[in-house]
Design a protein around this ligand. Structure first.
Ligand SMILES: [Zn+2]
Length: 387
């Protein structure tokens, strides 16, 4: 059997750290059940990221709609900065205390994957970025990971089920196994061209047997104008100067009239590789960097009890507004009852924490995965060069 929880067990509060269950037992025995406001917040981001993407809200709301609580949150896909609460819940503590583990789990990992994807897409610019990392994680999580990779900015996902969920055709080329089964890159490519639906672009994997330069020419000669791209998945042991290999292959293809053939690279691509490879690359397949992205370490902190500001050491008490400048994207955190004021740059500000859920009723229309992705890409332009 798979060592996973059933979704119903998550909704029933079974995925909880036992100390919450014990707390509930004590609070019930002593008849203590205050009205509590708690916020989800991180004081710092992994790898010194200056900003992150808030993701996982739709799944968190799917869980929280079963609880008698009110929720304010940033829109899914919002870029936020450390110390800005991304979500606030309000309710009787006994009604939601056992859900802290699950709610955090839904937003911490989703936000980490979406942020990493956004950073990679920002670096790659107009070049294609495709999520290839499903195989690094438990398969039941693949659609969740790839959905968040997609909303973070990836142009496509590889797994069939993920494509169904986000409403896009999955993207892929060919595995080394197919070429090994044929014993020849060109024969495997010809068979691919014969069998696979015309709407799928022909991308040849060219690092299986021969030198990349010569194999590029072989596949270009075999398919001519039908060849859309070649994929370089060159093993690390052969890579040497990857940029120079690509540059040389580009030269040889161009010289023979194959300027239309695009270059797609994969295999352990990291953020720092992208600026180096951009001049010769048209697309990236990125696996582990995305699927194993660092999580965003949100904590859930009580900051108001029975309407009175009250928080632990190290946390700011009281309910808050998070304001965002429409011009420079700067963030401001002010008390909830503070009236509007503009940014120091002169720009107008707007609230990013908005009511989203009231005791099971959605207060916002849930956006499509595609429109969340577009929202992320718009903000990535607005924040300038900060990475
Ligand atoms: Zn401003």
């Amino acid at each position: 059997m798979f060592h996973i929880a059933d979704p119903k067990e998550v909704i029933d509060g079974k995925i909880t750290d036992v100390y919450f269950e014990r707390s509930l037992q004590i609070l019930k025995a002593k008849r203590i059940n205050p009205l509590v406001r708690a916020e989800f917040i991180t004081k710092s981001l992994p790898e010194d990221w200056p900003w992150a993407i808030f993701a996982g809200l739709d799944e968190a709301m799917y869980l929280m709609k079963h609880l008698p609580i009110k929720v304010r949150a940033m829109r899914e896909g919002a870029i936020f900065y450390p110390f800005e609460p991304v979500m606030e819940i309000e309710g009787r503590y006994q009604d939601f205390c056992v859900y802290e583990t699950a709610i955090l789990g839904l937003i911490c990992q989703a936000s980490g994957v979406a942020t990493k994807s956004a950073r990679l897409k920002k670096l790659a610019g107009d070049r294609l970025v495709v999520s290839f990392g499903a195989r690094r994680m438990h398969p039941v999580l693949a659609p969740m990971i790839e959905r968040n990779a997609y909303i973070g900015g990836c142009d496509g996902v590889a797994v069939v089920k993920s494509g169904e969920i986000i409403g896009e055709d999955p993207m892929g080329t060919m595995p080394h196994a197919l070429i090994l089964c044929f014993g020849s890159t060109v024969e495997a490519l010809k068979a691919y061209d014969e069998v696979i639906d015309e709407k799928v672009k022909r991308v040849a994997l060219i690092d299986t047997f021969l030198d990349e330069k010569f194999e590029c020419l072989n596949v270009a000669e075999a398919l001519g104008g039908r060849l859309h791209a070649v994929r370089f998945d060159t093993p690390a042991s052969r890579r040497g100067n990857f940029y120079r290999i690509l540059k040389e292959a580009r030269w040889e293809l161009d010289l023979r009239g194959y300027k239309h053939v695009k270059f797609f690279v994969s295999g352990g691509i990291k953020e720092e590789d992208i600026p180096v490879l951009n001049p010769v690359v048209d697309g990236y397949g990125i696996g582990t960097s995305i699927s194993n992205a660092r999580v965003v370490d949100y904590a859930m902190d009580i900051m108001d009890i029975e309407g009175k500001p009250f928080a632990k050491r190290g946390k700011w008490s009281g309910r808050k507004r998070v304001l965002r400048c429409a011009v420079c994207h700067k963030g401001m955190i002010v008390p909830l009852d503070e009236r509007d004021y503009g940014c120091e740059c002169g720009g107008a500000t707007y609230d990013v924490l908005i009511p989203v859920l009231d005791k099971g009723n959605y207060l916002i229309d849930m956006p499509s995965h595609k429109s969340i992705r577009e929202y992320v890409l718009t903000q990535l332009k607005a924040i300038g060069d900060r990475l």
